[in-house]
Design a protein around this ligand. Structure first.
Ligand code: SAH
Length: 245
């Protein structure tokens, strides 16, 4: 029996999450916010565990998906208030480093710290705050039991990167580079809810020039493995294989 009765799943993009939504038979969840926020919410039951899926939704002006740190943090904070989850999981795509064992479509679980690589505040006492060091759940032995690799996730606000970003990503010891996890970790840190991430690789940052082209080319492959692994992880949690809080 799982210690986690309600699990909140946070995803940035509709296209990242719709196969999981279908495969676990999610249906619309009751709207709870008194504001016209764009977050879209679904719920499902998996072996007696309540699953809430909360998407960042679309931007009213541009019609695109609300990717990025701010919307991910807001969505998570709002959903935590609405559903009081025992655990938060972010699943999505990421860029990664071949030199750290990544391949396109390979899926990693996060390590127990989340970082930013573009929050540079070179003032005494602010450097580590800028880097984040936000706590995550240690899922190392759970990942090992499922034969899944783990890697540090570093978040920033751009799909591409500058030399300084790259320097910071390496300093953070990161295998994965994406645009939401540390924002979500911040909301979970504030509210004391355990959190980890599941990230599938769309592009190899150290091997190809354009993250954008590779992202588009490999997106479908990455989402397929992301969906399968997220299901496997959820089924294992429901069986009680993730140690309780
Ligand atoms: N072209 C996309 C835009 C996606 S932005 C569209 O049509 O909507 C990239 C999204 O994928 C973010 O949510 C981010 O978390 C993730 N991502 C995948 N690869 C990434 C990389 N190399 N760097 C940063 N974020 C990445």
């Amino acid at each position: 029996m799982s210690a986690y009765r309600t699990i909140l799943l946070v995803a940035a993009m509709e296209q990242e999450s719709s196969p999981l939504k279908q495969s676990l038979d999610f249906r619309p969840a009751t709207a709870s916010s008194r504001f016209a926020v764009p977050f879209s919410r679904f719920e499902a039951d998996l072996g007696g565990t309540r699953l809430i899926l909360s998407l960042n939704g679309k931007d009213r002006r541009y019609g695109n998906e609300n990717v990025g740190l701010e919307m991910a943090a807001l969505n998570t904070y709002d959903a935590i208030h609405a559903y009081s989850p025992d655990l938060v999981i972010n699943f999505g795509t990421a860029g990664a480093f071949k030199d750290r064992g990544a391949e396109v479509g390979k899926v990693f679980l996060s390590k127990d710290r989340f970082f930013f690589h573009d929050h540079r505040i070179p003032l005494s006492g602010y450097e580590d705050y800028g880097r984040g060091y936000l706590p995550g759940l240690d899922v190392e032995s759970f990942a090992q039991a499922l034969s899944l690799p783990t890697g540090i996730v570093s978040s920033g606000s751009s799909l591409d990167f500058t030399d300084r970003d790259l320097e910071e990503i390496h300093r953070n010891g990161a295998t994965l580079k994406e645009m939401e996890a540390a924002g979500i970790a911040w909301s979970c840190y504030l509210t004391g809810i355990p959190f980890f991430a599941i990230k599938s690789v769309t592009n190899l940052v150290d091997k190809t020039v354009s993250s954008a082209t590779e992202f588009e080319k490999n997106f479908a492959v990455a989402v397929e493995s992301l969906t399968n692994t997220t299901r496997t992880v959820l089924e294992a949690i429901v069986r009680g294989e993730l140690p309780g809080k």
